[in-house]
Design a protein around this ligand. Structure first.
Ligand code: HEC
Ligand code: HEC
Ligand code: HEC
Ligand code: HEC
Length: 445
C-alpha cells in the first residue's frame, strides 16, 4: 500500500514536471492553434447556422440528408470508406500482406481462433473491422449469424441510425423483432451521435444510461463527455435474456475482473459450452471504451483528460483555415500531426508512430502467443477427455481455468488498438491469462 502511494506521488510529480515544462495544463478539448487569428467569415455565412432541424427522425437517419447544412462533416463521414493501412490496425495487419485488405479473414490469419471459439459462431466467420460506412454491409454479409428471419433486430444496435428511429417507435420491443423486419439502408451516421433538431452531440442508446446507473467508474466521470457517444458501440455487451436489448456488464465495475464477476452471476447470451472441453466460456466484444478509461492501471492519456474524440476526431483545418472536428474515424497513426504532436512535438511524426508501434508490438506478440497457448491447452484437455484420463475433479478445475483465462485473453485480443489504449493494463490482463493457462497445462499433462 505504501509503495502504491509512493508510486502515485511519483507519477503525480512527474506529471507536474511535464506540464511545468509544457507551460500549460491538460484540457479536455484540443487546444486551439495559437495563430488562430482566422479570417472573418463575413463573405459566405456558415450554412450550419441555417440548420432548421429535421421534422422526423426518419428523415434524419439518412446521413446524406444532413449535407446541405454540414457538407464538410458528410464528406468526412463518407471518407471512412477509404481503407488506411497501418502496421497493426487502420484497415490491415502486418501478416495480412497479400490478403485483400477490404476483407481480412481473421480465421485464416490466426488459425488458433477456430479452436478457442469452437462451438460459437465466431469460429465460422470473423473479419477485421473497418470504417463506419461498412458497418451495415458487414453485418448483412456475415457468415456468423443465422438467416435474417431468425436473427434478432439487436444485431443492428451498433450498425445503423435506423435503430434510433426503431427505438423511438417501439421502445425496447424493437430489439426482439426480426432482423429482416428492421434492416434498412442506413449505416452508422449522424443521428447515432447528434440530435435531429439542433444537431447537438447526443447519446442515442439508452442502454448506455442504464449501465451508467451502476455508478461503477473508478477513474473518470463519464457523464456529459462527448466520447460517451463511442460507448454506444465500442464496448463489451451481451443481449438481455428476454428483451434481447444490449446490456453492458458494468454492475460492479468496468475492469476485466469486474465484468467476469458480472457474468458469473448469471448465464449470458454470449456464453456457450466449449465444443472441445465443455467449459462454459464467454465471447467478449471490442471493449475499447473500458480498456481506455478504466482498469487496475490507468493509462497516461486518459489520465491527461483525453477522450476518444481527441485522438480519433482531432481538429482539422480546411483551406480557409476554418476548423472542424474530423469525422473520418480511423487509425490516429494516419494523422499524428493533428492528434499527437501538440504534446509529442519533440518526438516528431515518425518517432511518434514508431513509439506507438513499439508499445503495440509487445502486446500484439503476447496476445497471439497466449492465443496459441490457449488453443494448445484446449486441445490437450480435449485429448485427455477423449482418452477418458481426466478425473471429474480435474475436469471441473480445468474448465474453470479455461473460462477465466479465455475471458482475460479475449478481452485484450478483441480490443482493436493492439494494446495502445492502455498497454500496462493489457500486459497485466494477458499475464494473468498466461499464468492460468500454465496452471491448467500442468493438470492437463
Ligand atoms: C491517445 C490517443 C487515443 C485515444 C484517446 C483513443 N485512441 Fe483509439 N486508437 C489510438 C491508436 C494510436 C490506435 C492504433 C491504431 C493503429 O493500430 O493503427 C487506436 C485504435 C483504435 C481502434 C481500432 C482502429 C483501427 O484502425 O484498427 C478503435 C476502434 C479505437 N481506437 C477506438 C477508440 C475509442 C472508442 C476510444 C475512446 C474510448 C479511443 N479509441 C481512444 C489512439 C487513441
Ligand atoms: C452506432 C455504433 C457506433 C458508434 C456510435 C461509434 N462506432 Fe466506431 N465503429 C462501429 C462499427 C460497427 C465499426 C466496424 C465497422 C465494420 O467493420 O464494418 C466501427 C469502426 C470504428 C473504427 C475503425 C476501425 C477499423 O478497424 O478501421 C474506429 C477508429 C472507430 N469506429 C472509432 C469510433 C469513435 C472514436 C467513436 C465515437 C466518437 C465511434 N467509433 C462511435 C460502430 C460505432
Ligand atoms: C460517432 C459519433 C458521431 C457521428 C456518427 C457524427 N458525429 Fe458529429 N460530432 C461528434 C462529436 C463527439 C462531436 C464533437 C467533437 C469534439 O468533441 O471535438 C461532433 C461535432 C459535430 C459538429 C460540430 C458542432 C458541435 O456540436 O460540436 C457538427 C456540425 C457535426 N458533428 C455534424 C455531424 C454530421 C453532419 C454527421 C453525419 C455526417 C456527424 N456529425 C456524425 C460525434 C459524431
Ligand atoms: C495531451 C497530450 C498528449 C497527447 C495529445 C498525446 N500524448 Fe502520448 N503521452 C503524453 C504524455 C504526457 C506521455 C507520458 C510521458 C512521455 O512518455 O513522454 C505520453 C506517452 C505516450 C507513449 C508512451 C511512450 C513510452 O515509450 O512510454 C506513446 C507511445 C504515446 N504517448 C503516443 C501517443 C500517440 C500516438 C498520440 C496520438 C494518437 C499521443 N500519444 C497523444 C501526452 C500526450
Amino acid at each position: 500500500m505504501k509503495k502504491l502511494v509512493l508510486l502515485m506521488m511519483a507519477v503525480f510529480f512527474a506529471l507536474v514536471m511535464f506540464f511545468a515544462c509544457q507551460g500549460e495544463a491538460p484540457q479536455e478539448e484540443p487546444a486551439p492553434e495559437p495563430e488562430a487569428a482566422a479570417p472573418a467569415e463575413t463573405a459566405d455565412a456558415d450554412p450550419a447556422d441555417e440548420f432548421p432541424g429535421f421534422d422526423t427522425l426518419k428523415e434524419a437517419a439518412d446521413s446524406e440528408a444532413w449535407a446541405p447544412w454540414f457538407p464538410i462533416y458528410v464528406e468526412y463521414w463518407e471518407a471512412t470508406e477509404e481503407m488506411r493501412m497501418t502496421t497493426y490496425g487502420g484497415g490491415g495487419r502486418q501478416e495480412a500482406e497479400g490478403m485483400e485488405i477490404e476483407k481480412i479473414n481473421y480465421l485464416e490469419l490466426y488459425p488458433f481462433l477456430r479452436t478457442n471459439y469452437a462451438g460459437f459462431p465466431f469460429s465460422k466467420g470473423y473479419y477485421r473491422s473497418r470504417g463506419h460506412i461498412y458497418a451495415l454491409t458487414d453485418v448483412i454479409d456475415t457468415e456468423r449469424l443465422p438467416d435474417w428471419d431468425q436473427r434478432p433486430a439487436s444485431c443492428m444496435s451498433c450498425k445503423s441510425t435506423d435503430v434510433v428511429v426503431g427505438i423511438n417507435e417501439h421502445g425496447d420491443d424493437f430489439y426482439g423483432k426480426s432482423f429482416a423486419d428492421v434492416v434498412g439502408e442506413n449505416t452508422v451516421g449522424c443521428l447515432d451521435c447528434h440530435d435531429h433538431q439542433d444537431a447537438s452531440v447526443k447519446v442515442q442508446r439508452d442502454y448506455v444510461f442504464e449501465a451508467l446507473a451502476h455508478d461503477s467508474f473508478r477513474h473518470i466521470d463519464p457523464e456529459g463527455r462527448d466520447d460517451l457517444t463511442c460507448a454506444q458501440c465500442h464496448v463489451n455487451y451481451y443481449f438481455h435474456e428476454e428483451t434481447r436489448k444490449p446490456t453492458l456488464p458494468w454492475s460492479t465495475g468496468l475492469t476485466v475482473e469486474d465484468q467476469l464477476e458480472h457474468y458469473n452471476m448469471d448465464r449470458r447470451s454470449d456464453e456457450w459450452e466449449h465444443e472441445i472441453t465443455g467449459a462454459l466460456v464467454a465471447k467478449i466484444q471490442h471493449p475499447e471504451y473500458e480498456l481506455y478509461h478504466e482498469g487496475n492501471n490507468r493509462n497516461i492519456h486518459s489520465r491527461l483528460g483525453l477522450g476518444c474524440t481527441d485522438c480519433h476526431m482531432p481538429q482539422m483545418e480546411d483551406d480557409d483555415g476554418k476548423q472542424y472536428s474530423s469525422h473520418t474515424w480511423t487509425s490516429p497513426l494516419t494523422h499524428v500531426e493533428e492528434s499527437c504532436l501538440r504534446c509529442h512535438g519533440n518526438w516528431g511524426a515518425e518517432e511518434t508512430v514508431s513509439k506507438a508501434e513499439s508499445v503495440q508490438g509487445k502486446v500484439y506478440e503476447k496476445q497471439n502467443r497466449i492465443g496459441r497457448d490457449l488453443a494448445d491447452f484446449i486441445k490437450a484437455v480435449g485429448e485427455k477427455i477423449g482418452n477418458g484420463d481426466m478425473s471429474d475433479e480435474d475436469l471441473e478445475k480445468v474448465r474453470e481455468i479455461q473460462r477465466e483465462a479465455q475471458f482475460y485473453w479475449d478481452f485484450i485480443w478483441v480490443e482493436n488498438s493492439s494494446g495502445f489504449h492502455n498497454w500496462q493494463e493489457a500486459h497485466r490482463v494477458l499475464d494473468n491469462a498466461d499464468k492460468l493457462i500454465q496452471e491448467g497445462m500442468q493438470i492437463a499433462n
